[in-house]
Design a protein around this ligand. Structure first.
Ligand code: PLP
Length: 315
């Protein structure tokens, strides 16, 4: 699966309004597999591994409206695997958002009733065992495709962005992105450390509490230390920040600040965020600017990780 280069764009109207230079990395346009978003970069590595191991069936999990699950199903179809989604909770009443897209692709979906990440992973492992007993060769991709292998896709992405930034003659002081299961942020942090850039990276959590998301990011970073061809050293690392302050009532529940951010970007730049991940991440980015944590003259990169199909569950 070929990963296409996504645009790095300046946001002129939003920048003027906010009084800071704001750019966006358009991984929402990474879409030659059914509106893929950030997942495609991880899946390129994960599905290549599945192929090498001789798998025939790809299993993954997520919420009923999961972007990751839909993107995994779509990429699996394109690579000749059979996708099976073992989703949390129960089947939604209406076919909307990613649930609709999975149905149109004819993807087998099981609803496990799981509510926590641990329950989701357990249901996934159970179902993989059942398939193996039936003679299938399942390959299991955990929540969000976040492990060291998947994160390699975001190490590449950081390098891609850096080349584009160099061409545009810009260096970023800040990078904001949604941090759901952590693999995206881990790859970006690793890429930044390898490049020895001074960009501060902030992950905004739309799901997990700060301590838990940190654990996941650190686990991916440790795996990257083993897997990456070039290794970073501790001295090169600036570290990173995470914040769960923009999460609101919980995963998938829209927040006032997120919806304000979503409308603002739609109205100033005609770029669509999603209410689950990227709107909350943008709310965090705007809040850092408004509070003056991002100082005048500092340059900001917002990493758009996609997710707009999930928007179509909103009333
Ligand atoms: C649109 C969108 N943005 C961000 C993320 C978070 O990425 P990660 O799980 O790598 O932290 C997801 C994950 O599902 C997503 O769908």
């Amino acid at each position: 699966m070929k990963v296409i280069e996504t645009p790095l764009q300046f946001l002129p109207r939003l920048s003027e309004l906010m009084g800071r230079e704001i750019w966006i990395k358009r991984d929402d346009l990474n879409g030659d597999i059914l509106t893929a978003g950030n997942k495609k970069r991880k899946l390129a590595y994960l599905l290549a591994d599945a192929k090498q191991r001789g798998a025939d069936t790809i299993l993954t999990t997520g919420g009923p409206n999961s972007n990751h699950a839909r993107a995994t199903a779509a990429a699996s179809i394109q690579m000749g695997f059979t996708p099976v989604l073992v989703l949390a909770g129960r089947a939604p009443d209406a076919r909307r958002g990613n649930y609709l897209l999975n149905s149109l692709m004819g993807v087998e979906m099981k609803f496990s009733g799981a509510r926590t990440q641990e329950e989701m992973e357990a249901a996934l492992a159970d179902f993989a065992d059942q398939l193996a007993q039936q003679g299938k060769r399942p390959y299991v991709i955990g929540v969000g495709g976040s492990n060291g292998l998947g994160s390699l896709g975001y190490l590449d992405a950081y390098e891609e962005m850096r080349r584009q930034a160099e061409q545009a003659g810009i260096r970023f002081d800040w990078l904001f992105a949604a941090a759901g299961s952590g693999g995206t942020l881990a790859g970006l942090i690793y890429g930044r450390d390898l490049a020895r850039d001074q960009t501060r990276i902030v992950g905004i959590s739309p799901w997990l509490k700060e301590e838990k998301i940190r654990q996941q990011i650190d686990r991916c970073l440790a795996e990257l230390d083993r897997l990456a061809e070039r290794k970073r050293t501790e001295q090169t690392g600036l570290g990173y920040q995470v914040s769960d302050a923009y999460l609101g009532k919980g995963y998938g529940v829209p927040t006032e600040s997120g919806m304000e951010a979503l409308r603002l970007l739609a109205q100033t730049e005609a770029i669509l965020l999603d209410h689950v991940y990227t709107a909350k991440a943008m709310a965090g980015c705007l809040d850092f600017i408004r509070r003056g944590t991002v100082k005048p003259g500092e340059k900001v990169l917002f990493w758009h990780t996609g997710g707009a199909p999930g928007l179509f569950v909103l009333e």
